[in-house]
Design a protein around this ligand. Structure first.
Ligand SMILES: C[S@@+](CC[C@H](N)C(=O)[O-])C[C@H]1O[C@@H](n2cnc3c(N)ncnc32)[C@H](O)[C@@H]1O
Length: 296
């Protein structure tokens, strides 16, 4: 099967690193219903290479054998490994830096003015991957709080993948990964490993304590979140969803925005045409109206 070739029913492939079109379709349907992620035939090579690692870990002889193993108990223990293998977790510290500048220069001063007498700013990194996004948020919020008496903050960070959540909780990164962090913040918020050869840095405990990491699948009926947030970063996740899933998920996320709260989407993601209670304030940044009759 080629990466972009059409999928036609055929016998089992003889190549152990290939999935039959029928098995690929079965995985694609599972990924769509469990994660909301579109998996067109053009992604077959990517799915194969991601699952191959798991096939080797399990010591199975082929991808086709893995498909049989997986679908024999798709809701069993293997489900978590499968989700960890199949999700795209690319992220960076201060990815799309204009969002962090807007947070610092517009959102935080606005929330402080609107809530004179003390602010507990709550942010949600929805689809947080390995933690770079929520820790970047924590750095900006900690910096701002340092010059604003009465300002406090807390961050919820969620993802469906337990693998990235474990990495995020540890808060340990390669030196090459921390290069987008501005030098003054690096000094304040990242601790270099004493072992120079390891070239690792860890987020300081004061910031790690501000971020609560939890597993959450956006396809769940109920997100089980009690909080309302001043800012939600939902970036580079919905790009993988079909339009109906985007509508449902963003609708639910918006219910967790306070009136006047901000929603940040990825630069390549558009909310245009979705029926959601936010209005655009800047490219890829949205706000829920302050007046309740205009919001929902
Ligand atoms: C490309 S990363 C984006 C990370 C970060 N928001 C950023 O912009 O750098 C997308 C993340 O969404 C998560 N994800 C994908 N489908 C999900 C779902 N149905 N529920 C929750 N998280 C999901 C993936 O595990 C992955 O870590």
């Amino acid at each position: 099967m080629t990466a972009s070739g059409p999928l036609t029913p055929c016998a089992h492939p003889t190549d152990p690193v290939e999935l039959s079109p029928a098995s690929f379709c079965r995985f694609a349907r599972f990924i769509g219903s469990e994660l909301g992620i579109k998996m067109p035939a053009s992604k077959a090579a990517m799915v194969q290479s991601r699952l191959l690692r798991r096939v080797r870990e399990l010591g199975l002889e082929s991808l086709e054998r893995y498909a049989e193993y997986f679908f024999a108990s798709a809701n069993g223990e293997e489900r978590e490994h499968f989700i960890n293998a199949i999700t795209t977790n690319k992220t960076d510290f201060f990815r799309e830096p204009e969002h962090f500048a807007y947070l610092r220069e517009v959102v935080l001063p606005a929330r402080s003015r609107e809530r004179a007498g003390g602010v507990r700013f709550k942010a949600w990194s929805a689809g947080c991957s390995s933690g770079e996004e929520p820790y970047s948020l924590a750095m900006v919020l900690a910096e701002y709080g340092g010059s604003q008496p009465g300002f406090d903050f807390a961050i919820l960070a969620t993802d469906v993948s337990t693998k990235v959540l474990n990495r995020a909780r540890a808060g340990i990164y390669q030196e090459s990964q921390i290069s987008p962090v501005p030098p003054d913040m690096r000094k304040k918020f990242l601790l270099r490993s004493r072992d120079n050869a390891a070239r690792l840095a860890r987020v300081v405990p004061e910031l790690r304590q501000r971020v609560g990491f939890h597993q959450l699948n956006f396809m769940n009926g109920d997100y089980g979140i009690k909080d309302q947030f001043d800012a939600v970063f939902f970036r580079n996740v919905m790009i993988y969803f079909d339009r109906d899933t985007q509508q449902t998920v963003i609708g639910k996320i918006c219910r967790h925005l306070v009136p006047g709260g901000y929603l940040f989407a990825g630069h390549s993601e558009s909310l245009a045409g979705l029926d959601i209670p936010v209005t655009v304030v800047k490219a890829s940044i949205y706000r829920k109206p302050i007046s309740p009759e205009r919001g929902r």
